[in-house]
Design a protein around this ligand. Structure first.
Ligand SMILES: CC(C)(COP(=O)(O)OP(=O)(O)OC[C@H]1O[C@@H](n2cnc3c(N)ncnc32)[C@H](O)[C@@H]1OP(=O)(O)O)[C@@H](O)C(=O)NCCC(=O)NCCS
Length: 169
């Protein structure tokens, strides 16, 4: 399988916040943003693997800024690291100032997808080669996040989480 770069999977979704997608404070409902990010991440995972990809876990979501009704929201998703069958996707969320057009970072999230065949069985994905400094730092930290996710899911014994243990030694 031919190696790919994060830019091969880049997926950008731009949309508006409409009434019916907001909470009582007239800001975007968190679950609505999670769904939009899941959709973008799913497309990025598919672009990298050219396979059916399912969400295995949401590793981190930081709702740093509320997103008001009427905002133009841009969600950018890219594969940050691959393992054997799983892919980590980094998602950056931006809103733009109506008058100046300036982009403001609102949120970010990290999802894990697994590539599967038609029967739902995990299949191997191409390796990824990070290019920019940001891509390299996200790539380097991804194994730590994978181990944390597996420990929290009860799929890896804490004693086997070598990358996590290294943080404390
Ligand atoms: C995700 C899924 C395919 C994993 O199947 P599984 O039987 O656990 O398969 P494996 O144990 O072989 O794991 C496959 C990969 O997933 C990774 N994985 C599984 N659970 C994970 C988790 N919680 N966090 C991070 N990675 C996880 C494994 O580490 C492995 O990665 P690797 O091959 O790159 O090393 C399976 O649990 C599934 O189909 N879940 C439902 C997915 C779904 O429907 N999502 C939408 C939610 S409605």
């Amino acid at each position: 399988m031919q190696a790919k770069t994060p830019s091969d999977s880049i997926t950008i979704l731009t949309d508006m916040v409409l009434p019916g997608e907001t909470n009582p404070l007239n800001n975007l409902f968190g679950g609505e943003l999670l769904a939009r990010m899941d959709r973008a991440a799913s497309i990025a995972a598919r672009r990298h693997s050219r396979r059916i990809c399912v969400t295995a876990s949401v590793n981190n979501v930081a709702f740093n800024k509320s997103i008001p009704l009427g905002s133009v929201v841009t969600i950018e998703a890219k594969v940050s690291r691959t393992f054997r069958t799983s892919l980590e996707i980094f998602i950056d969320v931006w809103i733009e100032d109506r008058e100046s057009g300036e982009k403001i970072k609102a949120n970010e999230a990290i999802y894990t997808f697994v590539a599967v065949d038609e029967t739902g069985r995990p299949v191997e994905v191409p390796v990824i080669i990070p290019e920019t400094e940001l891509e390299k730092s996200r790539y380097d930290a991804a194994l730590r996040r994978k181990q944390l996710s597996l420990v929290l899911a009860g799929k890896l014994a804490p004693s086997e989480a070598t990358e996590l243990k290294a943080l404390f030694i």
